[in-house]
Design a protein around this ligand. Sequence first.
Ligand code: RIB
Length: 305
Amino acid sequence: MGNVVIVGSSNTDMVLNVPDIPKPGQTLSGNCFTTTGGGKGANQAVAVAKASTDKQETYFIACIGDDSLGSIALASYKAEGINTKYICVESGVSSGVALIFVADSGENSIGINPGANAKLSPDYIEAAGEAIVNSDVLLTQLETPIPAVLKAMQIAKSAGTKTILNPAPAAELPEEIFALLDYFTPNQIETEMYTGVFPESEDSARQAAEVLLAKGVKNVIITMGSKGSFCMNSEQAEFVPAIKVKAIDTVAAGDTFNGVFASAIARGETLIKSLKLATIAGGIAVTRKGAQDSAPSLEEILNNY
Ligand code: RIB
């Protein structure tokens, strides 16, 4: 009861802390370099596992390479209590890598080599379909091929598993996918790409949400950075303000938000309570360095609720 399956990417993040993000042609000295677990899918899986109860299982469907980075990633997912049975090891392919600059302001800039993530195919999703059928919620993003994301959504829909799509990084989507989405969680830039409306206020967020609801999405959740998030469905519309914190590293804050939201929805929490828990978790995550390391435990989230 309350199981969550994440379909998505696994990366190793190579992070350099710098005073400012270097401009084209500029060389800057950093003050700290770390190699750590990353990838939007993996970050979400770790956030789910940390924010779930002992009764909830977290499945991760992903592809890694047969290299040392892949082995380290796999061991770390197991250590977090994630069910890794459906992680495929592709031979002769390198694992995903992200090169990240984090500025003193907390902002970041990321370049990715997808490696094995690009091998996640609809056939592989089909083979791992029992994990989707055995889950209450499916959470995906767009750092793996879109045909695989679509296949996962289709399997979830026929099995009655609730679906969440976090469209990051933004990419063109087949129109048919929107009607398969129980929850769609774009940020402001992604929202503009899918609707043509930049949601800078509650009013414009409502306008954008109306466009997405008309496409067939059941619940729209627009994340608006340090302002908070706006959610809307056919019956309710509500703005959930962010918590006030001093951000030092925003990497994976959105992943933590989505993971904690998925875990709460899978436990049967209401839309608004799930959003509040996700907001607290995202707020805590930006006060700490790292992607997966910054995700809080369920106890910590509840202590701040
Ligand atoms: O969302 C943050 C993540 O984006 C990083 O961990 C990096 O791996 C990229 O996938």
